[in-house]
Design a protein around this ligand. Structure first.
Ligand code: ZN
Length: 386
């Protein structure tokens, strides 16, 4: 099984410079091969494969000798990444989506990275990065040795990290066949409500958001080009990273918990989900009171895609499965009698069926509808498979 571990790196000044030039050359190769592929496709209607583009690197090296300073494996890897992005793009076009065309990588992007696609040595608290040398690291464990598949070096918020992909050679994880199917509703009043009636409260980002606002204010007061502005910028990006990490942590815990079920059913993400916080009860004049919690919620809402990915691989590795169902009317339908009406939803959290009088927490009622929808779909697809 593949596992990713992130360790902090502490490169020396000289090593930092080498890493910076690796970022630059890998980005250059990524952009060059993307441009070439685009050009050849538009001009000749032909698609260059990744190995054709990798061969081109040698030609480029003759023209630009500085490319030789970079690790050639890492350069090839950035071509493969570009290829992946490109193919992912066409897969989505085929499915009828309108994704953005693969973008050129910018020097000014807040996160810089490159990847070594080979086994990399570690020794105690040091990791050997080709062309860079032995770099001090925190979080390495002796058991990583010999199991490393790829290493991604990144710089974000002035911190260096290595994301190490490890193959632990263990093929199966403890399978979960508890036979349970659970539906999850990304609720209005709660972050997640499940069909068992559990309501998960959101984590409170308010203090962190307040700090973030202060970081923004401080930055805006600093003079352009000054050392202090540089420092304020650093604080701001650190705070952003902190919030992102808190969210990731929360979603990891939540997805681990729900992956114990055999089947987890969620709604497909779409426009309805995105505007969900705006409905429920009609907007009242005292909207500002809700503004803060809206912001809090929007942070989590933007993480749903990530949450579903986590759920997907976590259920899969335990022998379970994630099912996505269309979201139409899941919040307006009565789970007992099936009656659908806007009137059923009395408020954000209160559901009362106009036909049979069934009352419930609105998000839990929705989660049950989602579960039932997933179960019918799931059974149907199993039958056709048999
Ligand atoms: Zn009813």
């Amino acid at each position: 099984m593949l596992k990713a571990v992130k360790v902090r790196l502490y490169p020396t000044k000289v090593q930092q410079e080498i890493i910076a030039s690796q970022f630059g050359t890998c980005r250059y190769i990524y952009n060059r091969s993307l441009a070439l592929r685009k050009f050849v496709f538009e001009r000749y209607g032909k698609t260059l494969a990744a190995h054709d583009l990798i061969k081109r690197i040698a030609v480029l090296k003759k023209r630009h000798p500085w490319l030789k300073d970079a690790d050639s494996q890492a350069l090839q890897q950035s071509v493969r990444h570009m290829d992946e992005a490109y193919r992912h793009f066409f897969r989505r076009v085929k499915k009828g989506d309108t994704p953005g065309f693969p973008r050129f990588k910018s020097k000014h992007h807040s996160r810089q990275s490159y990847q070594y696609p080979q086994r990399i040595r570690i020794d105690g608290s040091k990791v050997y990065l080709p062309k860079v040398g032995w770099v001090k690291a925190k979080g390495l464990r002796p058991e990583f040795a010999g199991k490393i598949k790829t290493v991604t070096v990144s710089l974000e918020a002035y911190r260096y990290h290595a994301a190490i992909l490890i193959d632990d050679g263990i093929e199966t994880v403890e399978p979960s066949h508890n036979g349970q199917t659970v539906g999850l509703d990304m609720g209005v009043a709660a972050v997640v409500a499940d069909s068992e009636g559990v309501i998960v409260d959101p984590i409170d980002f308010e203090r962190e958001l307040l700090k973030l606002r202060k970081c923004h204010q401080r930055l805006s007061r600093k003079q352009k080009g000054s050392k202090n502005r540089q420092k304020a910028k650093m604080r701001l990006s650190k705070q952003n990273l902190r919030i992102a990490n808190m969210r990731k942590d929360f979603l990891h815990k939540l997805s681990t918990r729900y992956s114990e079920n055999q089947v987890v059913v969620v709604e497909e993400l779409n426009v309805k989900n995105m505007t969900k916080s705006a409905k429920g009860t009609e907007e009242k004049p005292g909207r500002n009171i809700r503004a803060k919690s809206d912001l809090n919620r929007s942070i989590l809402k933007n993480g749903w895609g990530m949450f579903f990915e986590m759920l997907n691989y976590k259920t899969a590795r335990r022998g379970g499965r994630l099912v996505k169902v269309p979201p139409e009317h899941t919040s307006q339908a009565c789970n007992v009698c099936g009656h659908v009406s806007k009137e059923n939803r009395k408020s954000q959290s209160h559901f009362k069926c106009g036909a049979c009088g069934h009352t419930a927490n609105a998000d839990v009622n929705a989660a049950k509808n989602i579960r039932d929808r997933g179960m019918t779909g799931y059974n149907a697809s199993q039958q056709t498979a048999a």
